[in-house]
Design a protein around this ligand. Structure first.
Ligand code: FAD
Length: 486
């Protein structure tokens, strides 16, 4: 019998994602809980890729321009080492994006028009993990040095990507980081159950072996003067993130028991790192309300459940997004190949808690300065504005409130003030989009600090683009690969 054509085989194979450990087991600890697929299953899933002539996943979905059909083809043929190499050409850290990316590429997959997308993110992750297990991911030190020196400020995904590109181009690179360890929000912010920190350390070993030097516990603008760095280095890349949290100016905001989500999540990361020291902010035994329905709120939810909260509720002021019913009129199909605003249920939401939408917080309730609850109301959205529904007011008991309302812009602190870089209308660092250079010659910016709070994949893209432009600035040309933002 002749072999079945590729067409028939992918039509017969349903999308299959990796399983997770059961909820009851995974919420007892902070370990990652994704289970792996077998090699045969990975190849089978990769074979669902139609290697489209015009691959929207690659040119409309992935900010890094990952060559997704080509990678999937290699995986389908069992050529995993080559696939791993190909992934690394566009993405410095596919093990981070493979775990954390919302997979914009999957929303752009042509399969979405008829059925379910290829499991692109998972294939990326499985391939990269096989790369680590088999020792295929090695340091790639530069063949020759340029004699130029670059300082990278901040060690989140943007700073790490920029640093790796620049050291591979032959420059001497020093990364300055305020925290005790590199990683930015990957290390302090994102919970360990989404990204165990040894995954970052493993990659940092590679970066160090390529020659990058990390100076941690150094706050530029306080411990080191920007003027000093400008004299010492030929170029500087600002990747300090966008950490100014959005606050909620309602009565009793200062009651004890109300915290920004990041303070809570960082405390949780640090407690796990210190193997058992209780976190300085804990949900244990508490009634928790999370304000903000996004990913940061979901990370708070999963963490609070693991810490033993009595109850966890997540309130969002925006209306509930439509569910993706998969039919011909599905919201995902309507906007394909773009990202659809549909209801997304993350792994933390499946672990417990309750979600409510169109809820506005009117005031916090307190006794003797200590939080006891919230007074809320339901809202209707009229002309883009929330209008309180009459008679919809309600109160909720709470002894811990976490504000996960997003970030406004980078901190306008000593770093930006002393470098004297111009800001854009939203308060982010302004760059020339062609060169990623700020208003100050030789000073570049990337990541959340330049774009506003975004995604890991976009920060890697921005870091690579800043590195390409800094390399060109330093040497007159660049062989580094970078793509412009979508
Ligand atoms: C809780 C949470 C969960 C998230 N989950 C996801 C997810 O699942 N998927 C996803 O794609 N994105 C996620 N994001 C977004 C993503 O983490 C960020 O977009 C990304 O980390 C920003 O990267 P960055 O390199 O620009 O800066 P950051 O990661 O913010 O790192 C900036 C670093 O700069 C350092 N720094 C700042 N100022 C100075 C100074 N003066 N001197 C020295 N160092 C300095 C900071 O200490 C920090 O380490 C999440 C964000 C949060 C807050």
């Amino acid at each position: 019998m002749p072999p079945k054509s590729l067409y028939v085989r992918y039509m017969e194979t349903p999308r299959r994602e990796a399983d997770y450990k059961p909820v009851a087991e995974r919420i007892t600890n902070y370990r990652e809980f994704r289970l792996s697929l077998s090699l045969a299953e990975i190849a089978e899933q990769a074979n669902r890729c139609m290697t489209c002539g015009i691959p929207f996943c690659h040119n409309a979905g992935c900010p890094l321009g990952n060559p997704i059909p080509e990678t999937n083809q290699l995986i389908a043929e069992g050529r995993i080492k080559e696939a791993c190499g190909l992934l690394h050409i566009h993405d410095n850290f596919p093990e981070f994006t493979g775990r954390l990316c919302p997979a914009l590429c999957e929303a752009s997959c042509v399969h979405v028009l008829n059925e379910e997308s290829v499991t692109i993110r998972q294939l990326e992750l499985e391939t990269t993990e096989l790369g680590w297990q088999n020792g295929w991911i090695k340091p790639q030190p530069a063949a020759a040095k340029t004699g130029k020196r670059v300082a990278v400020i901040g060690s989140g995904p943007a700073g790490l990507a920029a640093a790796q590109q620049l050291v591979r181009a032959g420059h001497e690179v020093i990364v300055y980081e305020r925290a005790d360890l590199p990683g930015g929000i990957l290390r302090y912010g994102i919970p360990d159950f989404k990204l165990e920190k040894n995954i970052i350390d493993r990659r940092l070993d590679q970066l160090c072996a390529e020659g990058i030097r990390f100076e941690c516990g150094v706050s530029v603008g306080i411990d080191i003067a920007p003027q000093y760095l400008r004299r010492l280095f030929d170029a500087v890349i600002l990747t300090g993130g966008a950490m100014e949290p959005r606050d909620l100016a309602v009565p009793n905001r200062d009651a004890a028991g109300i915290h920004f989500a990041m303070d809570y999540l960082i405390a949780a990361n640090k407690s796990i790192k210190s193997a058992g020291q209780p976190p300085v902010i804990s949900a244990s035994g508490k009634k928790v309300i999370i304000l903000g329905g996004g990913d940061t709120g979901a990370d708070c939810l999963g963490t609070a459940i693991r810490q033993g909260a009595v109850s966890v509720k997540q309130f969002e002021i925006m209306p509930k997004p439509p569910e993706n019913n998969g039919g011909t009129a599905s919201p995902a199909r309507a906007v394909w190949p773009r990202w659809a605003q549909i209801l997304r249920t993350g792994t933390s939401h499946k672990e417990g808690g309750e979600r409510r939408w169109s809820v506005s917080t009117k005031r916090f309730l307190q006794q003797k300065g200590v939080l006891t609850g919230l007074e809320c109301a339901e809202v209707d959205w009229q002309g883009g504005k929330p209008v309180e529904k009459s008679g919809s007011g309600f109160t909720e008991e709470a002894d811990l409130v976490l504000l996960a309302l997003g970030f406004i812009h980078p901190k306008h602190d000593e770093l930006l003030n002393q470098f004297g870089v111009e800001l854009d209308g939203r308060g982010n660092v302004k760059v020339d989009p062609q060169t990623m250079m700020t208003s100050q010659p030789g000073i570049f910016a990337a990541g959340d600090m330049q774009s506003g709070a975004s995604l890991v994949v976009r920060c890697i893209q921005g870091g690579r683009l800043a590195a390409y432009n800094a390399d060109k600035f330093l040497t007159g040309y660049s062989d580094l690969l970078a793509v412009p933002p979508l």
